[in-house]
Design a binder for this molecule. Sequence first.
Ligand code: FMN
Length: 272
Amino acid sequence: MKISQVKAVFYSATGNTKKVVLAIAERAAGKLGVPVEAYDFSNPAKRAEQQYGPDELVIFGTPVYAGRIPNKMLPIVQGLFKGNGALAVPVVTFGNRSFDNGLIELRNELENNGFHTIAGAAFAAQHAFSDKLACGRPDAQDMEKLTDFADSVADKVTSLTEIPAPVAVKGTEPIDKYYTPLGTDGKPAVFLKAKPKTKDTCINCKACVRACPMASIDKEDPSLVSGVCIKCQACVKTCPKHAKYFDDPAFLSHVAMLEQTYTRPAESETFL
Ligand SMILES: Cc1cc2nc3c(=O)[nH]c(=O)nc-3n(C[C@H](O)[C@H](O)[C@H](O)COP(=O)(O)O)c2cc1C
């Protein structure tokens, strides 16, 4: 099948998904000898309907939150992207616990939106909550896997003579409930309402305002979080003064439980 462009499309609050999706897109585009264009829908101000066509290959990525596509991004994934017969590769990143049903859900949403999924991947990446979980990943081994995967995607595109069945990926259908975060006591850790706090090292540079994918941080006073917080950690990671932090006890207990439990390196997995 002949395509004329690769599109790298992603939501990425702390940069892992962006890194993985761009690397796959650039490698596959290089092999196919076509240009790459990126579209980052993390920034709410830049969200607008995107139309694709049958001569395009779309590498589409989101992180896994609570075992699925981040719930506040789901309506955006469902509403903004029209495949019109484009080929697509769903890609998720996850922070060393599990990607559960995140990849299969993304595959299904892309198929529902008029894309034809031809491959899929789940890459382990440093957890947004803790640098003790999948620290430094994607690492050299992940990047090697990613390169092989992108090459196989390009080969598959070239050899396709007709639209294949949706790619088979890991996950259970019907899609389960979201994963329930647990605390160190093994009981559900309820931190839905937790919001970041601000230290007095804040210099009001508004980097956090620009980084928040929910546009929830007050423009005048960035210590105020007036909208919904999805705990993505974009503000925490982007602050040049390390002024943003979470101190919610249930949230911290969940992070401690993850650090205690998910010490083994999770495997990155590809599906073709
Ligand atoms: C709210 C939230 C929920 C998460 N849930 C999971 C999860 O269920 N399983 C897992 O392995 N990692 C989980 N993670 C880790 C992210 O999937 C991982 O850090 C991802 O690479 C972040 O992508 P980004 O850097 O593109 O934002 C979660 C992270 C956040 C912020």
